[in-house]
Ligand binder design. Structure first.
Ligand SMILES: Cc1cc2nc3c(=O)[nH]c(=O)nc-3n(C[C@H](O)[C@H](O)[C@H](O)COP(=O)(O)OP(=O)(O)OC[C@H]3O[C@@H](n4cnc5c(N)ncnc54)[C@H](O)[C@@H]3O)c2cc1C
Length: 430
């Protein structure tokens, strides 16, 4: 067996505390392996399987459920495999361990950008396999819609390249099927010629939440694909008053399309201005101290009147604060056939993510009430997005994949990972 000692971090090592920490907190892995190339990934996997350790694979470490960490098991952490290489014709080879902030900055040097997420520290490996929704989703689709090929190490340790011609089943499955099929080491992605966009926030008074939601939905129905927006209803916290914030990202030239947004409600402030794409990505927010949010997400085919009522009621109910974040979708994302990738919810026009901010020690019945409140919104949805899913009940898992998609994913799983080595994820059981 190839030695892995030079890439291993174990309890007691100086880097161990950092290596066992992700956005979800700390765990006690027996070993964290940090390979620098694909052969070391194979060797790491061989070691983990021979030692019969539970395996967690990590790119950016942003799984809210702590899937990229393990108590007592092994983590294969790809953070050293973070190169961003521009090939010909705007194609980019990007290491799965890269994060989107540095990747965007590297691509900006070439006048390029990849449609991806909004947060700097989120990993390329995890986000891309979930789908990838960001400020250019309406213009350039999900991140997976720009993926041309993936390099991955399979459960048997083999290094394969999957694309539309070679291993098309695997290529289909990794685009939306999470980390179920192997350790992705690199993606080849088509980037777009993007340098700047108009980006910022418009804040609105909270005098009529249902009307604000209605006007936003109607305006976005006829908006050009270059315009992406997200409406956030935020509770008051400490010195921060409650408010409605519209995030605006426009990658076109005709600035008059922004005007209808300014009259969605009683406009309080407007920070929209031209910015480099790489500068609009933000640091990850941290939940306030002592708070453990109850988070859910659902995809809507339309923001109906009933759903608006449910959102407005849930937002204003109870003493604890609820955030509701609505991102409009459609455009290029919706033009991809539902069976072209493992992300099938192509008819979704709106993603709703909502979190009830509860104290860490909130009683079980208070948490259950928050979840029931969320169900009043969720029942209007057609499914969920894995990227923002922070719970993994059977109901959550069923919402990720329609039955036909799930059946196909199971087939691919059986072919490539029959022993379910890759199971710290939204697991497709072989
Ligand atoms: C603050 C924050 C902001 C976010 N913003 C966005 C956004 O704007 N748009 C969006 O679409 N999503 C967003 N997400 C969701 C994000 O895409 C998912 O949480 C994603 O899984 C994180 O990827 P990661 O590599 O950072 O996470 P990790 O925790 O490293 O991995 C997440 C999952 O993917 C698996 N995995 C990771 N890398 C690999 C690999 N190379 N091979 C095989 N399996 C792998 C892991 O085992 C784990 O199951 C956000 C999440 C957070 C916490």
């Amino acid at each position: 067996m190839t030695t892995i000692d030079h890439i291993a971090i174990r309890p007691g090592d100086p880097d161990y505390d950092a290596a066992r920490t992700t956005i979800a907190g700390t765990a006690e892995p027996a070993v964290v392996l940090r390979p620098t190339d694909v052969d070391e990934v194979s060797a790491a996997l061989e070691y983990v399987r021979a030692a019969d350790l539970e395996l967690a694979v990590r790119s950016g470490g942003h799984s809210p459920l702590g899937y990229s960490n393990s108590d007592g098991g092994a983590v294969i952490d790809l953070s050293r495999m973070d190169s961003v290489e521009v090939l010909s014709d705007g194609k980019v080879r990007i290491g799965a361990g890269a994060t989107w902030g540095p990747a965007a900055a590297a691509l900006a040097e070439h006048g390029l950008a990849i449609t991806s997420g909004d947060t700097r520290s989120v990993g390329v490996g995890g986000l891309t396999q979930a789908g990838g929704m960001g400020w250019m989703v309406r213009k350039h689709g999900l991140t997976i819609d720009s993926v041309l090929a993936v390099e991955l190490v399979t459960a048997s340790g083999e290094v394969v390249r999957a694309d539309a011609e070679t291993h098309p089943d695997l290529f289909w499955a990794v685009r939306g099927g999470g980390g179920n099929f192997g350790i992705v080491t690199a993606f080849e992605i088509q980037a777009q010629p993007v340098t700047t966009l108009h980006f910022g926030t418009m804040a609105f008074a909270l005098d009529d939440v249902p009307q604000l939601l209605k006007s936003w939905a109607a305006t976005m129905d006829s908006a050009p694909e270059e315009l992406s927006t997200a409406l956030s209803l935020m509770p008051g916290f400490g010195d921060f008053p409650a408010g409605a914030m519209l995030w605006v990202a426009y990658c076109g030239d005709d600035l008059s399309v922004l005007e209808p947004l300014r009259s969605l409600g009683n406009l309080v402030s407007d920070t929209v201005s031209e910015k480099r794409y790489a500068d609009v990505l933000e640091e990850a927010p941290h939940p306030p101290e002592g708070i453990r949010p109850e988070i859910g997400n659902t995809l809507l085919e339309q923001l109906s009147g009933d759903c608006i009522e449910a959102i407005a009621a849930a937002y204003s109910s109870g003493t604890a604060g609820r955030v509701v974040f609505l991102r409009n979708l459609g455009g290029a994302m919706g033009r991809v056939a539902p069976d072209a990738t493992a992300f099938a919810h192509r008819d979704a026009q709106v993603l709703v993510v909502s979190a009830k901010f509860l104290p860490v020690d909130a009683p079980a019945e208070v948490r259950a009430a928050a979840r029931s409140e969320w169900q009043t919104i969720r029942r209007h949805g057609i499914g969920s997005y894995a990227g923002f899913l922070a719970s993994d009940t059977p109901e959550d898992l069923a919402a990720l994949y329609p039955p036909d998609t799930l059946a196909r994913l199971v087939e691919v799983k059986r072919a490539w990972d029959p022993d379910n080595v890759f199971r710290r994820n939204f697991n497709i059981r072989p």
